[in-house]
Write a protein that binds this ligand. Sequence first.
Ligand code: HEM
Length: 462
Amino acid sequence: MVSKLPNRITSPPWRQLIQWIADPIAFQARYGRQYGNLFTMRLAGLGSFVVIGDPKIIQEIFSQSSKFDVGRGNLLAKPLIGQNSLILMDGDHHQRERKLLMPPFHGEKLQTYAQRICLITEQITSQWQANQPFVARAAMQKISLEVIVQVVFGLSEGERYQQLKTELTDWLNMIDSPLRSSVLFFKFLQHDWGAWSPWGKMNRRKQCIHDLLQAEIDERKAQRNKKDANILNLLMAARDENGQAMTDEELRDELVTMLFAGHETTATILAWAFYQILQRLDVCDKLLHEIASLGAMSTPMDIAQLPYLTAVCQETLRMYPVIPVIFPRIVKSPMTIADYWFDAGTILMPSNYLVHYREDIYPNARQFKPERFLDRQYSPSEYFPFGGGNRRCLGYALALLEMKLVLATILSQYQLALADDKSVKMQRRGLTITPSGGVRMVMTEKLRKSSTTEPSYKKQPV
Ligand code: HEM
């Protein structure tokens, strides 16, 4: 059967917009139940979007990446990341920039971060006080921010770094609820009425971050030794086909993109992992057993290869999408996918939430069952927490490594418990989805000293 814009939701577009902003997960669950795995939503002022929970269609989208534009569909993120971000690029420009940004996130380079991630985790958690509840997401954000700042800049100290971390955290906290996130969706709210207006405050914080980044760029330009292969140095050394270097504005936007995309996401997924693990003694015991089985001479890369730990991370990523749908794919010229005819300009939104909760692929999908990832392999269109095709998350390998090392380091050093027994829901935070309340937990006992005084694994040169 051939049809255009399948299963249109019939309620008024303004109502759909409000529902989408307020709770994009409940929105998808509700209309998924009503219409199945393919429906069209219409968001007032933003347009129509075909939400897709069918792996067959998604597989076609991922395998024909060049037939879709993505960057121009991500304009909502522009006020946060700036107009020169990889996320907003398409075509050759996007491909070139990705090639440039990729090396520090993969291969050998990644291994060198492993030791650092463990040390950062130990340093930050050593400040935890026994029996004092804290918010897991905020605690994890301290770790992931430190990691990404070190990866992007290759540095870990100085006043500018401290300031950058504070400003970035405060900036992102300005859109920490569905109501406060609405500023990103309504153009009329995006007016700077002065320092006390929401947009005015956002702009001032952004300017402050830009100033800090500019100061860093200026300092690097004056430095002779730029051999360290961190992202900032690589970007500064890059030249296009005409021998032109990136402008300061372009550099700044890419740095903000990495800082923005690379730390909240990882912090959020770690908070969810603790939420699940601490409710399940059996999972926690299995993890501790597996980590202990490595022995004293293991390296962080040995930890990263543990099968059950990997399955726990995969299952967490299945259950909790970090963004409500992956990036929109805009059809460049008319095409047929799985019997549906789509005009040029149609916006397709593959939904990892809809696919990851399909009972035919994940029986008892609402249950946290890491074993499912040990029992079978899922195809890239059945399981895509990091998206797919030519837009697959640039930092997925770093994020997975960080997840495993942070979990293993913390679980083997501290006894933890959830501070509340109420269930935690998925809630919008800006353009991402986060646990409501951030998951409150408490450290009840320190199990052993940190490796800074007593190595728990063999140290590798950093
Ligand atoms: C658990 C953590 C993370 C999750 C769940 C996640 C998820 C995603 C998803 C779903 C996409 C869209 C992909 C698509 O539409 O096909 C994406 C894109 C992206 N992510 Fe991540 N991400 C995470 C961590 C990171 C980290 C650590 C970085 C580090 C820099 C990063 C950088 C990016 C970038 C730059 C893009 C845009 C890629 C492009 O447009 O070509 N992400 N991520």
